[in-house]
Design a protein around this ligand. Structure first.
Ligand SMILES: Cc1cc2nc3c(=O)[nH]c(=O)nc-3n(C[C@H](O)[C@H](O)[C@H](O)COP(=O)(O)OP(=O)(O)OC[C@H]3O[C@@H](n4cnc5c(N)ncnc54)[C@H](O)[C@@H]3O)c2cc1C
Length: 279
């Protein structure tokens, strides 16, 4: 399909990009890797009147570690994140689609898109990360990942706000596991589970679980976390905690998986991800 007609700008600075979005009307949209927006435009499910391409904007790339915090520029590609040696975030980014998609798709783009089937939103929730957004005029704010995803394809971003960077505390001392189930290699997750475990003397001192595609937004599996925190990390305790994985979830059913099947997947994948993270 051919998209509806649109104007196109490729500004050289963040200020220009924000200004172009602000003056471009309510149907002006940022363009990052284009791997979610362009398919929607081709299907005519989105018809922006102006695309503001962020690829020439300086300062939106790069991965850096500063004082115990990891900072990732919004235009960093999935490939760059996967190659950055960031444990859970890198492992999950490496499971996104194929190399071609990973070379173009960006972390900022996948977060702004807000698809509950995407890998990185739940990972960022488990990492207790934040998203920095800048509005036209230059005002910047930091939004906790737990507050960012509001509903299906709906985020806390205000109209024409741009994500500039993503931050999360470094995870030295934490074990991690990432389990993704899809019907075909390189597809979106039917369900995926991110696990982070901290242990002292074989006892779980802290744990965080992120769930992908178990609701209209990514979720934290707090019932699993509460069941395991303070317990010895035995296979039995991990299995018992994982049985809470689907508590309070309302997974969207589709042709590939019923709600019941997704709840089963969540339990199995949580047990596996926790086992990996506890090694
Ligand atoms: C074949 C295929 C398979 C895929 N498989 C997976 C998968 O397994 N797992 C997965 O997680 N994803 C998957 N994806 C999606 C991929 O990860 C996309 O790259 C991602 O969802 C969007 O990133 P993008 O940079 O391409 O954003 P774009 O498509 O350019 O933009 C997406 C949306 O975000 C907005 N936006 C972009 N950047 C910003 C910013 N900095 N600030 C504010 N708004 C912004 C745009 O205006 C648009 O609304 C797949 C895509 C394809 C085509």
């Amino acid at each position: 399909m051919i998209p509806a007609e649109f104007d196109y700008l490729a500004p050289d600075s963040l200020e220009e990009a924000l200004e172009a979005l602000a003056t471009g009307g309510e149907d002006a949209r940022a363009l990052a890797g284009g791997h979610s927006l362009l398919p929607l435009m081709k299907l005519r499910l989105a018809a922006p009147t102006l695309l503001v391409d962020l690829r020439r904007v300086p300062g939106l790339g790069g991965v850096a570690r500063e004082n115990g915090t990891v900072r990732i520029g919004a235009m960093s590609t999935h490939h760059e994140v996967s190659a950055a040696g960031l444990g859970l975030a890198s492992t999950a980014a490496g499971t996104i689609a194929d190399q071609q998609v990973r070379n173009c798709g960006t972390l900022g783009g996948t977060l702004a898109h807000g698809d509950p089937a995407s890998d990185m939103p739940a990972v960022l929730m488990a990492l207790e990360g934040t998203i920095t957004a800048m509005a036209p005029g230059g005002a910047s704010r930091e939004i906790a990942a737990t507050e960012f995803f509001k509903d299906y394809l709906e985020t806390a971003l205000a109209q024409h706000e741009l994500i500039t960077e993503i931050r999360f505390p470094a995870t030295e001392g934490w074990g991690y596991g990432y389990e993704k189930f899809n019907r075909r290699q390189e597809d979106w997750a039917l369900v995926a589970v991110s696990a982070l475990v901290r242990q002292e003397g074989g006892v779980c001192s802290d744990v965080r679980i992120g769930l992908t595609h178990m609701a209209n937004t990514p979720l934290r599996a707090t019932a699993v976390e509460d069941a395991l925190r303070g317990q010895p990390l035995s296979p039995e305790n991990i299995a018992a905690a994982a049985r809470h994985a689907a508590d309070g979830t309302s997974p969207p059913a589709d042709l590939n998986a019923s709600q019941e099947y997704k709840r089963h997947l969540a339990t199995v994948l949580t047990q596996r991800a926790l086992t990996q993270a506890s090694r």
